[in-house]
Design a protein around this ligand. Structure first.
Ligand SMILES: Nc1ncnc2c1ncn2[C@@H]1O[C@H](COP(=O)(O)OP(=O)(O)O)[C@@H](O)[C@H]1O
Ligand SMILES: [Mg+2]
Length: 215
């Protein structure tokens, strides 16, 4: 379970400051699918960075299972052991195969891990592409490979920041469906500006004017 208490985030903005959040409180339960919606610049990415401990808040704190994780070592451990990330750009390495890219997310990939990576890639419809390199894949296939990489560690929380923003609508919808299925039982936090990609059953949080409200 993730809790955010009194989050404040201020960015320096030239001589002035830009307050993105002021007093955000949130509670996300195990297995919840949360979608952050809001206009460009409203703070969706910033909220993902805060919740995933990639960014420290100006004030306030994030708790996992009731435990505060403010120390950098805690954040590093959580990110490595519990979190999976999917971004708008896939960040796959072009000179490694899809399978090798996925295996990069774990230490010492033994046979069992390799078999699991292949299984995840198969579930995501990439069976034919295991040994291809990312430049030979379509945009949707690359994003699915990035999802497989995030899933291999079996993370408790998946963070997806505009995971389909660089795809056409039909491909984006298919990728979102697969992401939703793959995230069953985990917390999935997705930021999107495209409401037509909602799958049904998500908890929609609106990010605007420094606040996060239930839609
Ligand atoms: N590193 C940064 N330094 C200064 N301002 C930033 C930085 N990152 C984001 N911002 C500002 O914070 C606001 C929220 O940005 P962001 O979280 O990227 O919004 P969204 O993902 O909803 O488009 C925007 O006004 C943006 O310009
Ligand atoms: Mg963003």
């Amino acid at each position: 379970m993730i809790q955010a208490k009194n989050l404040k985030l201020v960015y320096p903005d030239g001589a002035r400051e830009k307050t993105v959040f002021d007093g955000v409180n949130l509670k996300i339960d195990e297995g919840e699918r949360v979608v952050l919606v809001g206009p460009s610049g409203s703070g969706k990415s910033s909220l993902i960075y805060l919740l995933s401990l990639l960014k420290a808040p100006t004030a306030g704190r994030i708790y996992f299972d009731g435990r505060g994780c403010a120390a950098p070592a805690d954040a590093l451990k959580m990110r490595y052991e519990r979190f999976g990330f999917i971004f708008q750009q896939h960040f796959l390495i072009g000179y490694l195969t899809v399978l090798e890219n996925v295996l990069l997310s774990v230490k010492g990939a033994d046979e069992k891990t390799r078999a699991r990576a292949c299984e995840i890639l198969e579930t995501l419809g990439l069976k034919e592409h295991l040994h291809k390199k990312p430049p030979c894949l379509s945009g949707g296939e690359r994003q699915r490979a990035a999802i497989a990489r995030a899933l291999l560690k079996n993370p408790r929380v998946l963070f997806a920041d505009e995971p389909t923003a660089s795809l056409d609508h039909a491909t984006a919808a298919a990728v979102m469906r697969m992401l939703n299925d793959a995230a069953a039982g985990k917390i999935l936090i997705t930021a999107t500006h495209d409401l037509s990609l909602l799958q049904g059953g998500e908890r929609v949080l609106r990010v605007a004017d420094g606040r996060v409200t239930e839609n």
